[in-house]
Ligand binder design. Structure first.
Ligand code: ATP
Ligand code: MG
Length: 395
């Protein structure tokens, strides 16, 4: 079957009135981002509370469906035949042609589902279904009716703008279109967790920016490229991601020089949070996102989370907080970031880790240790902020 259009269905709960336009416009924009990188021409149209993707020339069906399946807010994708002529004879002829083609001569059961959105159209939905069912049965000897559990659910929608025929409904990811729920700053490392955390928050409609702390020469160019690659994987779902790359070396060395070894990780993480928050605020992001999960490592015990949280005023989203590593890995595999995440390049924490980091840091002690940094830390943070590199990561 060669389809020229896709009907994109989306959830409508909570999208009434003004929000509805915002939701639909964001969805149209995100669908555009998803399809832009495929080599095809298309037109996305909003019509009477429906969104259609019309393909204007040759295109790859599998790639197109896969791209649409990555757009948050999409509940399902139905490849459709759109008829401009709504005369009953045309609908009947096209229905027969459609079912012959998709059943390809195999024995199958079917049921017709008619929706008459154009209320001026003659007959009730039931009457139209029954009549079309009769025509189809006569023309297609391989098909039989099963009203309880049909293999082919054949949909006929009679709408003001024309008629739709479809039988396939391909699930989308659900969620909300990116751009409908404000902006957040993801602390993106080269690990497995943070890309998954970004994915989950973007799925709620949040526009993502990201910050990566690198520490050359302790972390390599390849480690940095890996983070760029992860941001590009995220961009397949979230649309283009602005990645702020912050040089963290001098701050890290200074902490290393002045503070107790076992507190290094916590103090470093506190500076990462402070800097990420400062970049977030400058760029209109109203929350931070991390890939932390309780107890995964020393810096993720509750006392550690308390002390890294303490330096922020923005809310910190930690969508993986209750997940096991295995659950996170499964999600990483599903979003296709896992293979990139496990590439073996050092990230900046692994160089400076102490053998026995504190797991139960006392906030007052940490603050006391940080006082040892008072001479130069402000200047170093300022330099790090001033020298950040911005990379636009597209799918
Ligand atoms: P991940 O797999 O996401 O790297 P992790 O298990 O290595 O996480 P940590 O190193 O404790 O855990 O980091 C916790 C969180 O802090 C990360 O999920 C990420 O959000 C943030 N983070 C850690 N290192 C960096 C970095 N170099 N740049 C930006 N964010 C970072
Ligand atoms: Mg990490």
């Amino acid at each position: 079957m060669e389809y020229k259009s896709f009907l994109v269905k989306y959830g409508e709960i909570g999208v009434k009135g003004k929000n509805r336009y915002k939701f639909e416009d964001a969805l149209v924009r995100q669908l555009g981002f998803a399809l832009k990188k495929l080599d095809c021409e298309f037109n996305i149209v909003k019509e009477h509370g429906r969104i259609y993707v019309d393909m204007l020339g040759p295109y790859d069906y599998e790639d197109t469906v896969a791209a649409l399946q990555r757009v948050f807010g999409v509940v399902s994708i139905c490849p459709v035949i759109r008829l401009n002529d709504s005369a009953y004879e045309t609908i009947a002829d096209e229905s027969v042609r459609f079912l012959k083609e998709i059943s390809a001569g195999t024995e199958q059961s079917f049921k017709v589902f008619t929706r008459r959105i154009d209320k001026s159209y003659p007959g009730t939905s039931e009457e139209i279904s029954a009549s079309l069912g009769g025509v189809i049965l006569e023309a297609c000897p391989n098909l039989h009716v099963d009203v309880r559990n049909p293999e082919l659910k054949f949909n006929v929608e009679i709408r003001n703008e024309g008629v739709l025929l479809y039988a396939l409904s391909i699930p989308g990811p659900g969620g909300m279109p990116v751009g409908t729920a404000g902006k957040a700053m993801l602390l993106l490392s080269g690990g497995i967790d943070s890309p998954v955390a970004g994915y989950m928050i973007a799925k709620r409609g949040v526009y993502l920016e990201a910050t990566y702390f690198h520490a050359p020469p302790y972390t390599s160019e390849r480690a940095k490229q890996k983070v760029v690659d992860l941001a590009r994987i995220l961009a397949r779902y979230a649309g283009p991601v602005r990645l702020h790359i912050v040089n963290f070396t001098d701050i890290q060395l200074y902490i290393y020089e002045k503070c107790p070894r076992e507190e290094l990780t916590i103090i470093m993480r506190r500076y990462m949070m402070r800097i990420a928050e400062s970049i977030a605020k400058k760029n209109g992001a109203m929350a931070l996102i991390t890939g932390e999960s309780i107890g995964q490592v020393a810096s993720q015990t509750i006392p550690s989370l308390l002390s890294t949280n303490e330096v922020c005023t923005l809310p910190v989203f930690r969508p993986l907080i209750g997940f096991d590593k295995q659950e996170i890995i499964e999600r990483a595999e599903k979003m296709d970031s896992y293979e990139t995440s496990i590439l073996p390049y050092e990230d900046c924490c692994t160089i400076f880790v102490a053998k026995h980091p504190v797991t139960n840091p006392e906030l007052s002690r940490i603050k006391k240790s940080e006082e040892r940094l008072s001479e130069r830390i402000e200047e170093l943070v300022e330099t790090a902020l001033k020298t950040e590199e911005l990379v636009l990561c597209e799918a």
